[in-house]
Design a protein around this ligand. Sequence first.
Ligand SMILES: [Zn+2]
Length: 274
Amino acid sequence: MKPEDLEKNSTEHEETSRRLFLKTIGLAVSAAVLGEASVFVQDAFTSSPLEEKIEKEYGFGVIGNTSKQNVQQLYKTLKLCEKYWETFRKEARHIWFIDLKSSFWSYLHEFIGAAGGASFGTIMLDSIEDETLIHETAHIYHNALGTDRGVAFSKKWWQLADMPYGSLVKKSSFITTEWKDNSVSLGKEGFMSPYGSTSLREDVATYQETLYVITRLIKQLNKDNKFVDYNNIYSLFFQSDPKKDSRYRKKISLLKEYGFIGPNDFKLIQPIFW
Ligand SMILES: [Zn+2]
């Protein structure tokens, strides 16, 4: 939808929404460009004590459908991400949360054409699993690297990928889950999943998401004093041994260099890739 189309039959509600939307995007864009530590919008929304706690702890606000259940679920998920992902709090400082189910936010979603639930420092609240949150946070953190650093990062990543994006997957659906050769939908060719091979952005986000799931698994095994069988772990995520494809190591090292992965988590996942 183009801005001109919106003007045609804008009701009062839409006008108010639009103004707030522009303000929202303005803040997000400036945060992405300036790399500010935190972004939140609170006007016109009242905050519950738990929302205030989230704002205080993480530096962002929760907007949209802030039902008690929704906010409690979000807080639980934030804690989970933080428990299993060293850099989460730093990365999450760039985001705010909205609910795709509310009419205003679905309107915004259509307006900006956000695909994966994250755009300009905004995360849609309709899917709040911890690995999804990590995936969306990766997009936001990627955007917030700033122009020079962001371009340098993407350029290096592009060279490391060494495979044209979109060339390995079936083109049938928007969210691609199948490889063109019909092989099982696990990682291969330096990608974490078929979807991750569709674009540079999704490549980065699916790395974060998969590495998070791997660290969560290893940390849970360690906590339960269970033997960590790295061969077994890799076979859950990859078609073949990722040690044999240096692209995994190179991409992970780049993620570490740019602060997507912390040093302890890096050490934890190293035996799978090195
Ligand atoms: Zn994505």
